[in-house]
Design a protein around this ligand. Structure first.
Ligand code: SF4
Ligand code: SF4
Length: 179
């Protein structure tokens, strides 16, 4: 496969610096509202804070890939004496929980690094985190050329088919398309 140069954007999470303020959730949901900045609902955010003040746990987690099936195993982590629940570190939008799903439609959410035109200097959650818990970095990497990942709309349609079945979805589209 031919090699191409690719811009890789990454965010390093320094959970030790997170105080659970949830400003990142607020600005992410605002930035992705339609129209932009028209509503604020952290349940729509593509970053979520695992937040348990009584156990001193504040863990920022980014929304990753959609998966139609939940995994068969669970993992528990103990770090610095703090025990994290199963699934806390998982980034998937999966059937076994509500995290990283649009609260109204149930469609999967995924962090898109605040892609915009023109591009932002840094993602919104990084800009709004005043505690340096989220550290943004860009670098060029040589990678094998791959097919582009499916756009968000295709992932949403796939999730709807998984939830309702293809025929019901086609029937609904046909009904909506009628003048
Ligand atoms: S804005 Fe920063 S400190 Fe506040 S919850 Fe998000 S990651 Fe944590
Ligand atoms: S990078 Fe942008 S899309 Fe991703 S969680 Fe942060 S604000 Fe949301």
């Amino acid at each position: 496969m031919p090699k191409v140069m690719k811009k890789v954007k990454s965010i390093t999470v320094n959970a030790d610096n997170c105080n659970g303020c949830r400003a990142c959730e607020v600005i992410c949901s605002l930035f992705h509202a339609n129209p932009r900045y028209s509503s604020n609902n952290p349940a729509r955010s593509r970053i979520r804070i695992v937040r348990e003040p009584l156990r001193d746990i504040y863990l920022p987690v980014y929304a990753g890939e959609y998966t139609a099936a939940e995994c068969t195993g669970r993992e528990t982590y103990i770090i610095d004496g703090k025990k994290y629940d199963e699934c806390d570190f998982c980034r998937a939008s999966c059937p076994s929980r509500d995290r990283f799903k649009e609260p109204d439609s149930g469609l999967p959410l995924k962090c898109d690094m605040c892609e915009d035109e023109p591009g932002l200097e840094k993602p919104k959650c990084v800009e709004w985190c005043l505690n340096d818990a989220l550290i943004y970095e860009e670098r060029e990497e040589e990678v094998e050329e791959q097919e582009a990942s499916p756009p968000e709309i295709e992932i949403g349609v796939e999730a709807l088919i998984d939830k309702h079945g293809l025929q019901k979805l086609l029937d609904a589209v046909a009904r909506m398309a009628k003048p």
